[in-house]
Design a protein around this ligand. Structure first.
Ligand SMILES: [Zn+2]
Length: 122
């Protein structure tokens, strides 16, 4: 597992997660316009907004800076936990449909990246 490729995957996760959260918030807000009394929607929006607020440029830069302090033999930190101020190890997992993946030992989130050198998701 190439360290550089793993970093790229995790870095992209931050950007993708931001997009995912923004899209969910927008769609929940549309639903809330139609059904303004739904407390569950309000709660979901609030949760997602709180999560989104943690994934700042600064947080991503801190993650990168922290990554650069690690020695090659050390476990890599989970980007999701990192935004919550926790450093949690990513563990290599068996391949899943040809994709390599690592999984966070705390939040159980999996991060996938293709094992081949032809990464087309740039
Ligand atoms: Zn985690």
């Amino acid at each position: 597992m190439a360290d550089e490729q793993l970093f790229k995957t995790l870095y992209n996760w931050f950007l993708e997660e931001r997009n995912r959260l923004s899209r969910s918030i927008m769609s929940y807000k549309k639903d809330l316009d139609l059904e303004p009394d739904r407390k569950d929607l309000k709660k979901s929006i609030e949760e997602k907004e709180n999560r989104l607020a943690l994934i700042t440029e600064e947080a991503i830069q801190k993650y990168q800076a922290f990554w650069n302090t690690l020695f090659p033999h050390e476990r890599r930190p989970c980007p999701s936990c990192f935004t919550h101020g926790e450093v949690s190890d990513l563990l290599p997992m068996p391949e899943d449909n040809g994709d390599e993946r690592v999984r966070c030992k705390t939040c159980q989130r999996s991060f996938y990246f293709p094992s081949s050198s032809t990464d087309t998701r740039q």
